[in-house]
Design a protein around this ligand. Structure first.
Ligand code: FEO
Length: 173
């Protein structure tokens, strides 16, 4: 059984993961409007990953006999200057997600809630990959800045990204 404080914090994170999905779908729409289908694909896959994250927390709350309370999702940023701007906002977003996951881990540690600590370990590891993905693409975009052909090569590369649900499946563990 989870404390009220932890259930509330987990519910906040569920909301933030749905907001993350919406944020990346807005970035996909921006890329689509710029005719960059590969970048749009990258963000559509990212949006799916965020839904998986939300549902992983959602399932966990019920597995621990808590209740999920769905709140309104904030409107995401819709306008961007260019793809570097998009990825910089995405990178900042992932750093904020990491900060929130660490905060959740601090609460779980304070309460010695070991199964939640174990769940959050998965998310802490996932965040290393999430931040790295964005940072690497920012570096490539900066190198491609004065070379439009390089931007289209990167667009082709990102068109290859495919959503693969983690092996753990949609339920927590
Ligand atoms: Fe759910 Fe990209 O963190």
């Amino acid at each position: 059984m989870l404390s009220e404080r932890l259930i509330e914090a987990l519910n906040e994170q569920i909301n933030y993961e749905f907001y993350s999905s919406y944020t990346y779908l807005a970035m996909a729409a921006f890329a689509q409007s710029e005719d960059l289908d590969g970048f749009a694909n990258f963000f559509r896959v990212q949006a799916q990953e965020e839904l998986f994250h939300a549902m992983k927390f959602y399932d966990y709350v019920y597995q621990k006999n808590g209740d999920v309370t769905l709140e309104a999702i904030h409107k995401p940023q819709l306008k961007f200057e260019n793809m570097i701007d998009v990825f910089e906002r995405g990178y900042e977003h992932e750093q904020e997600v990491t900060r929130r996951i660490y905060n959740l881990a601090d609460i779980a540690n304070e309460e010695k809630e070991h199964s939640t600590i174990s769940l959050l370990k998965w998310f802490i590891d996932e965040q290393v990959e999430e931040e790295d993905n964005f940072n690497k693409i920012i570096k490539k975009l900066r190198r491609a800045e004065s070379n439009p052909a390089a931007l289209y090569m990167l667009d082709d590369e990102l068109a290859q990204r495919v959503y693969v649900a983690p092996a753990t499946g949609a339920s927590a563990q």
